[in-house]
Design a protein around this ligand. Structure first.
Ligand code: ADP
Length: 351
């Protein structure tokens, strides 16, 4: 049964609510503050208690995330507007007093139903994550055996095989490697979660330099040029995550270029109020308009040019940018090149 917490200054009002709600929930009247730590599915609070307990309630709500813990505030109708704007961060619904029984019961029902849906969704997500780990783990073991056996065969019996036999073995090893890579990418995609993210002020300049340095081998091999245009600002981001995002985008810009063209990549940034837009522009094969939004979905690969890959890079990039409360997109012309952009929050002067 759902548990509803009542935080009311007036005993008479809380008694009335107990009567109204006891049919559809277990109602708990809270006297002290420690009861906020106990499990509950909905908290109904009056304006005065909310003033007193807002910080505690906010913390309690955050501790349940990503599950939705609803808070319903009952406050005199005349103070409804000011209450709503002041307390929007903590409260999910405001209802004016004197309260209509039918209205209250309907709002309570909706909030409790949303809470249950959110709990179910969270449960499904956890099951799905556990399933992903189990499947990928179970796939890895036999794959490791295939790789080891093929290597052993090549080492011990390689001389007795003809050219075609050796080629076939190499093909087995290559496919097993691709499968290892696919499993690793799949795992890092499913592992990306809010818990691991540490948003802080991050200077783009050293992050971009580190990305370019770690791609040095590819840059040299492709005779590529990467130019940073102008100063790069400070943004709110997780530096580790941002680095992996940029490496992903830069690797693609080096990869999806016609073989007879030397890659040229320009990195620049622009500022608008508290947002920063970072752009990575390349002279690659470009992307048709109809493909520009779908390439951010998992396993979408275009046929514009044949290159190795598994189609998870941009999905990971999108998830990472969204985890940093950013946005991203691409503008591109087939045969001319693409510009991937990332918009992130940048610190205001007083931050
Ligand atoms: P992968 O590179 O492993 O295929 P991604 O998710 O990184 O996976 O990219 C998805 C697809 O988007 C690529 O297969 C390619 O067709 C296209 N793409 C990505 N980046 C670029 C780029 N800079 N220029 C042209 N096409 C690109």
């Amino acid at each position: 049964m759902n548990r509803v917490l009542l935080l009311f200054e007036s005993k008479r009002n809380s008694q009335l609510l107990v009567e109204w709600l006891s049919d559809q929930a277990q109602v708990v009247l809270v006297e002290g503050e420690q009861s906020l730590d106990e499990p509950f599915d909905l908290c109904i609070v009056d304006g005065r208690s909310l003033d007193r307990l807002q910080t505690l309630l906010q913390k309690r709500k955050e501790s349940e995330q990503p599950v939705f813990l609803p808070i319903l505030c009952v406050t005199p109708r005349q103070s409804l507007c000011s209450t709503t704007s002041d307390l929007a961060a903590c409260v999910d619904e405001v209802i004016g007093s004197p309260v209509e029984k039918a209205e209250l019961l309907m709002r309570v029902r909706v909030l409790l139903h949303t809470r249950q849906l959110s709990l179910q969704l969270n449960q499904r997500n956890q099951e799905l994550t556990a399933f992903t780990y189990a499947v990928t783990h179970d796939l890895r073991s036999p794959l490791q055996v295939i790789t080891s056996m093929a290597e052993l065969l090549l080492e011990d019996q390689g001389n007795r095989l003809d050219d075609q036999g050796r080629l076939d073995l190499y093909q087995i090893l290559l496919s097993a490697d691709q499968m290892h890579e696919l499993i690793a990418a799949f795992l890092s995609f499913s592992r990306l979660g809010r818990e691991a993210i540490q948003i802080q002020k991050a200077s783009l300049q050293p992050i971009v330099t580190a990305c370019i340095n770690s791609l040095e081998r590819e840059i040299r091999a492709r005779n590529a040029t990467i130019r940073v245009e102008g100063e790069l600002p400070v943004v709110w981001a997780d530096p580790v995550l941002l680095k992996s995002v940029l490496i992903n985008l830069l690797s693609n810009s080096l990869k999806y270029v016609a073989s007879d063209v030397d890659p040229y990549i320009a990195i620049s940034a622009s500022h608008d109020n508290d947002r920063c837009c970072l752009r990575i522009q390349d002279n690659g094969v470009g992307i048709a308009i109809e493909d520009q939004s779908r390439i951010f979905s998992p396993f979408v690969r275009l046929k514009t040019i044949e290159r190795p890959g598994i189609g998870l890079g941009l999905a990971i990039v999108r998830k990472s940018v969204e985890l940093m409360s950013g946005r991203l997109g691409v503008e591109a012309t087939l045969g001319v090149g693409s510009t991937f952009w990332i918009e992130l929050k940048s610190p205001t002067p007083d931050e």
